[in-house]
Design a protein around this ligand. Structure first.
Ligand SMILES: *[C@@H]1O[C@H](CO)[C@@H](O)[C@H](O)[C@H]1NC(C)=O
Ligand SMILES: *[C@@H]1O[C@H](CO)[C@@H](O)[C@H](O)[C@H]1NC(C)=O
Ligand SMILES: *[C@@H]1O[C@H](CO)[C@@H](O)[C@H](O)[C@H]1NC(C)=O
Ligand SMILES: *[C@@H]1O[C@H](CO)[C@@H](O)[C@H](O)[C@H]1NC(C)=O
Ligand SMILES: *[C@@H]1O[C@H](CO)[C@@H](O)[C@H](O)[C@H]1NC(C)=O
Ligand SMILES: *[C@@H]1O[C@H](CO)[C@@H](O)[C@H](O)[C@H]1NC(C)=O
Ligand SMILES: *[C@@H]1O[C@H](CO)[C@@H](O)[C@H](O)[C@H]1NC(C)=O
Ligand SMILES: *[C@@H]1O[C@H](CO)[C@@H](O)[C@H](O)[C@H]1NC(C)=O
Length: 666
């Protein structure tokens, strides 16, 4: 009997399976009862922090190619939004970015690479929207406190200057401005910012708040003046979900930072799923990827969490990852200003897993379908509850003004996870729409774009050079850079080094550390400026540099540095420090708690001297002006076995660095 029942259940199960293949689910695509929200575009975020650091040093033609894959319309990701960090002189995830005002009476709009990147993006796509957001602030903004809201007039003025500087110095129009990344917002500050933008004829700049959780929505509901000051509610990593009280505000809602997942196939799956479902579930009309491009050393935090990878400027290697083509599925067939169709009329979940969205410009129709399975589309955060995706047949019926559509162009991707190359962004034969409808067989981990537009192009360039390790020997006298730029391959983790005139004809241009006081942190970074370079797997190296110190400070040369990013506070390694008071010390940690050696050395502030650090056979030797100062055996319990080479300082003060050499390393 039991056997018989089992048999019946088995037959029923098989029938159900067959049914699931043969019975098409029905979906309506229609504008007959109106439209949904305005689509604002997909974005990439450069910075937060220093994520484009190694990009700017790529040689041509590779640099142009990479920028084309990101920004050129109808070519690659064709991004309609570029969000950048407003440099705050402090660590903001993978490094520091330079502020346009290191002090209250300092102002300069040639620093860093975000201006350059915005101009390159605009050059390719004049209608790309620009969005600026601070992570950290220079110390003077906080006036001794860890807050940008101590004197809100000062902070508003600082931000307005950045917006105006973009225009005056670079002819860049900033479209969106944020508050303080993932930190407290302050309603008085937001209102003053809005009022000042309006007073300075910057009405077009929209305020996005608060680049964090949904909390700002409560405040907006309670405070009509705040509601007026905020144009867009920007939330981070919403997991495609929105809260009711956020919807109640009636505001435009964005996932103003999202993704942050390694750009492998699962990352591409994550991106495909959230690009659709941030609207399907969350009514969010823009999704911005942290980050735009992984142009930071792999050993820094969040390895390759960008829409593509370019972190080997020394040999021009770069990788156009699947995430670029997932982006193209939306961006190449829509423009900001197109409207989503209404839920259940072109926007919804598929019955057997996955989702689709539809958008129109009033004439054309673009439908994007994704069927990403759970395990192949997990993002770094938040937790993704389990769900199933099965093969399914979907019948779509076009109604309203789309009833007359007779054919749809088809672009197709299938992500594979067993070592085979995925099919990405392939043009397929058009679908015939017969009597207003068509049927599609959908399988797991696919993306389709169906569109009446004739757009779509899979851009490509010859394969770039293969990956290669950081080159040794390595030598830089810093004389071939524009002033205020940053030297190739150095990745500042605390403090900021800019190329500056040394004022000394024998040294010409040098790297100068320019942050002179503790910043208003985004993450509590080290109180010691430090810039890393080279290969994280190096155990041995012979490195040297010339230094000129200001008063009451010092400079270090270090090896085997094991942490960057916000964890740079916990960095250990071998730190060889020479002080301007004529002493030296050797420590195994950035906080200078664990002293290994110390003594006298014949240097003083204002004089150039050469320091050298050799690690070989687990033994470190330090030299100044060619003279041996110490030899120390490296205890594997306190000194990491490998890590970056670094230069730095024990405090925020002024010093110049020149003639940096890595003579050997392995
Ligand atoms: C916002 O900033 C103002 C001005 O500094 C300050 O008086 C107020 O306490 C701040 N509010 C919050 C909630 O931090
Ligand atoms: C500035 O940019 C606008 C487009 O935004 C362009 O029309 C204009 O020619 C540019 N001006 C200069 C001086 O380059
Ligand atoms: C949010 O709104 C949805 C749809 O109106 C409703 O089903 C749900 O219960 C609401 N949740 C809360 C927490 O109010
Ligand atoms: C299209 O619809 C018409 C009228 O409803 C019907 O006669 C015809 O058979 C349909 N054609 C197809 C291919 O389904
Ligand atoms: C929109 O559709 C019209 C008519 O089919 C077509 O001529 C036009 O090129 C389309 N627009 C875009 C942006 O593809
Ligand atoms: C570091 O060195 C290892 C071993 O030689 C190499 O595989 C890797 O590509 C190098 N990485 C970088 C960033 O130089
Ligand atoms: C380290 O580099 C210096 C040049 O600065 C060189 O004179 C010395 O021989 C090198 N030492 C070793 C062990 O390679
Ligand atoms: C030199 O400066 C260092 C760092 O501030 C300090 O630890 C040391 O005591 C000073 N030495 C002398 C002799 O002043």
């Amino acid at each position: 009997m039991a056997h018989f029942i089992a048999e019946v259940f088995h037959i029923l199960f098989v029938l159900q399976l067959i049914g699931s293949y043969s019975v098409a689910s029905q979906y309506v695509i229609s504008d007959a009862s109106g439209l949904g929200r305005r689509y604002d575009g997909i974005g990439g975020l450069s910075g937060g922090g220093a994520t484009s650091r190694l990009l700017v040093n790529y040689p041509e033609p590779y640099l142009d190619q990479i920028l084309d894959y990101l920004f050129k319309p109808n070519f690659g990701a064709s991004l309609p939004i570029l969000k950048v960090e407003i440099g705050g002189d402090s660590q903001s995830t993978d490094g520091t970015e330079s502020s346009h005002m290191h002090s209250a009476n300092d102002e300069n709009y040639q620093r860093g690479y975000e201006w350059w990147l915005m101009k390159e993006a605009k050059k390719r796509n004049p209608s790309i929207k620009l969005y600026g957001l601070p992570w950290a602030f220079p110390g003077w903004i906080g006036n001794g406190q860890q807050s940008p809201y101590v004197n809100i007039d000062v902070t508003v003025d600082y931000i307005i200057k950045w917006i105006q500087g973009a225009k005056t110095h670079h002819n860049l129009t900033i479209d969106y401005i944020g508050i303080w990344n993932e930190r407290k917002h302050n309603a008085s500050y937001i209102k003053l910012l809005r009022a000042t933008l309006d007073r300075k004829s910057l009405h077009h700049v929209q305020v996005v708040a608060a680049d964090g959780k949904f909390r700002i929505s409560y405040d907006i509901l309670k405070d009509p003046a705040l509601a007026k000051a905020v144009q867009v509610i920007g939330v981070h990593y919403p997991g495609t979900q929105v809260t009711n009280y956020t919807l109640e505000t009636g505001k435009t809602i964005w996932a103003s930072e999202d993704y942050s997942t390694n750009n492998n196939e699962v990352g591409a799956g994550c991106w495909a799923r959230i690009l659709n479902q941030n609207y399907v579930n969350g009514m969010m009309t823009s999704t911005i990827s942290w980050n735009l491009i992984a142009s930071y050393y792999d050993a820094l935090p969040y390895t390759r969490d960008g829409l593509m990878t370019a972190n080997e400027p020394w040999n021009s290697h770069y990788e156009v990852t699947d995430t670029i083509w997932i982006t193209a599925h939306t961006t190449q067939f829509t423009d900001p200003g197109w409207m989503y169709l209404k839920h259940k009329s072109g926007v919804q979940h598929l019955d057997k897993g996955g989702s689709f969205v539809s958008m129109t410009d009033g004439v054309n129709l673009t439908i994007i379908i994704e069927t990403m399975t759970h395990d192949h589309s997990k993002c770094i955060r938040p937790y993704l509850p389990p769900y199933n995706v099965a093969p399914q047949t979907a019948k779509f019926t076009l109604q309203g003004s789309f009833a007359k559509v007779s054919s749809l162009n088809v672009w197709y991707s299938k992500l594979t996870f067993s070592g085979q190359t995925s099919t990405m962004f392939a043009k397929k034969n058009p679908i015939k729409v017969v009597n207003g409808s068509f049927t599609l067989s959908l399988n797991p981990d696919e993306v389709y774009t169906l569109t009446t537009t004739e757009r779509g192009y899979k851009g490509n360039y010859p394969t770039p050079p293969p990956s290669a390790p950081f080159p040794v020997p390595y030598s830089d006298n810093f004389d071939n850079y524009p002033e205020f730029s940053e030297a190739s391959n150095f990745a500042d983790q605390a403090g900021v080094w800019e190329i500056r005139e040394s004022g000394d004809p024998t040294h010409k241009l040098v790297m100068e550390q320019v942050v002179l006081e503790s910043p208003v942190y985004w993450c509590p970074a080290a109180e010691s400026p430090i810039s890393v370079i080279g290969n994280y797997s190096w155990q041995n190296a012979n490195v040297s540099m010339d230094v000129k110190l200001g008063d009451n400070t010092g400079a270090f040369l270090a090896q085997r540095i094991n942490h960057g990013g916000c964890k740079v506070v916990a960095a250990t390694g071998l730190f060889f420090i020479v002080y301007s008071n004529g002493t030296f010390a050797v420590y195994s940690d950035i906080h200078r708690q664990f002293l290994l050696n110390s003594g006298q050395v014949d240097v003083k502030s204002g004089m150039w001297f050469k320091m050298q650090l050799l690690i070989q056979d687990n033994k470190a030797t330090g030299f100044v002006q060619g003279k041996t100062l110490f030899t120390a055996s490296l205890d594997p319990k306190t000194i990491p076995s490998h890590g970056f080479v670094a230069m730095g300082m024990p405090n925020y003060a002024s010093a110049q660095f020149d003639n940096f050499d890595i003579i050997s390393a392995s």
